[in-house]
Write a protein that binds this ligand. Structure first.
Ligand SMILES: Nc1ncnc2c1ncn2[C@@H]1O[C@H](COP(=O)(O)OP(=O)(O)OP(=O)(O)O)[C@@H](O)[C@H]1O
Ligand SMILES: [Mg+2]
Length: 378
């Protein structure tokens, strides 16, 4: 059964004096299964915080339905909602929401005090969390005495302190450096797998969303435009916004300093997924069709645990004239049929750098090889 479910969710914000209305969510339908680890991503203003606040029952929707653990929240009493929230939900706020008049430790204890817990139990629960988050030394300080990253970690500790079944994180790592982000993502993953806590993690960063989540949903202008398993969503996105996003992220540019030196040949970007061993393919295609294939640039990104590799290669003829041109076409056909992403790079910049028109027939192998070895494979 879904632990969180929203159906046709709408949220309209109206300004205080009835001026402009903002339609922050437009018919959003989305569900999260118990034990899932889900990422929601989207540009600033796409509606992520609005959605999470409604999921946490901190805000009411204008229309549509929200169910938490099978309860329709529009139909139960506010006091029952508050009790459910206290017993089941942990929330990491985008702006931390720490009270300046309390020490960091007391900020963390607050939800536990409200839940009627005793001090001994509270400190026992906090100690290991504080160690993992690296905040033990600063617990007696006040929020205004620590950095943004430290506040963020305290806010994560507070969300974990009442042992939630569902953890909702709004940009929980946006104020942290890469190393701390890695540590926190690993901690959350452990909490998810070892304790079975359901996690919904909001981020605007693709480099965070690509990580360890089971599933990812992408929002734009109050609508979910893409959702699916993390790897599939990024390997083959359906919506043009997601496609552009992934393209920006995965696309490898040929370093500018190399462009004027490029020998004549066909420049292609190949994308492959899974554990495809690529080197054998390149040498097999090269010897089968009698062409030179040189790798100019390569990159592998992991989405979840699966890799997507991108290679920019230059395919050049070894034989002269028409026969050489045919060899190159045949080699390109084989590559095109093997990889899942094939794009010939015909950018004006690259075209201009080549002293013959694109596709205007390769030079001889000797010329190509010399330039590639001397100038490109540095
Ligand atoms: N309380 C509010 N009153 C009026 N408009 C609001 C309010 N809160 C948010 N909005 C508007 O609703 C839209 C969605 O805002 P939301 O905070 O959900 O975006 P977000 O995806 O979380 O963005 P960010 O990545 O910047 O945090 C925006 O256009 C925002 O200006
Ligand atoms: Mg937000």
């Amino acid at each position: 059964m879904s632990i969180l479910e929203v159906n046709g969710l709408k949220k309209v914000y109206s300004t205080r004096f009835g001026g402009n209305k903002v339609e922050a969510l437009k018919k959003v339908s989305f569900s999260v299964e118990e034990g899932e680890y889900v990422a929601i991503m989207g540009e600033s203003g796409s509606g992520k915080t609005t959605l999470l606040n409604i999921l946490a029952a901190l805000d009411k929707p204008t229309g549509g339905m929200v169910k938490l653990d099978g309860w329709d929240f529009s139909r139960i009493k506010e006091s029952a909602v508050a009790a459910f929230r206290r017993d089941n939900l942990g929330f990491v706020f985008q702006d931390f929401n720490l009270l300046d008049t309390f020490s960091l430790e007391d900020n963390i204890y607050l939800p536990l005090v409200l839940a009627g817990k005793h001090y001994a139990e509270m400190s026992q629960r906090l100690a290991p969390i504080a160690v993992q988050l690296g905040i033990t030394e600063i617990l007696k300080k006040y929020p205004y005495e620590v950095s943004g990253g430290q506040k963020q970690r305290v806010s994560i500790a507070r969300a974990l302190a009442n042992n939630p079944r569902i953890l909702l994180c709004d940009e929980a790592t946006s104020a942290l450096d890469l190393e701390t982000t890695e540590g926190i993502l690993a901690l959350l993953k452990r909490i998810n797998t070892e304790l079975g806590v359901t996690i919904v993690f909001i981020t605007h960063q693709l480099e965070v969303a690509q990580r360890i989540f089971d599933r990812v949903a992408v929002m734009e202008n109050g609508v979910i435009i893409e959702q699916g398993k993390t790897f599939d969503g990024f390997a083959e996105p359906h919506h043009e916004t997601t496609q552009a996003l992934v393209e920006r992220f995965l696309g490898v540019a040929v370093p500018e300093r190399l462009v004027p030196e490029l020998p004549v040949g066909r420049l292609v970007e190949l994308r492959y997924k899974g554990d495809h061993a690529f080197d054998p393919l390149i040498s097999a295609v090269s010897s089968r069709h009698g062409v030179a294939i040189n790798v100019l640039h390569g990159n592998v990104e992991y989405f979840g645990t699966q890799p997507i590799g991108t290679l920019v290669v230059l395919v050049a003829a070894i034989r002269e004239g028409q026969r050489g041109a045919r060899d190159v076409e045949d080699a390109l056909d084989e590559l095109r049929g093997t990889v899942f992403g094939f794009k010939e790079l015909t950018d004006a910049a690259v075209e201009e750098a080549l002293d013959a028109p694109y596709g205007g027939g390769p030079r001889t192998a000797a010329q190509t090889k010399k330039t590639v070895q001397q100038e490109v494979l540095v």
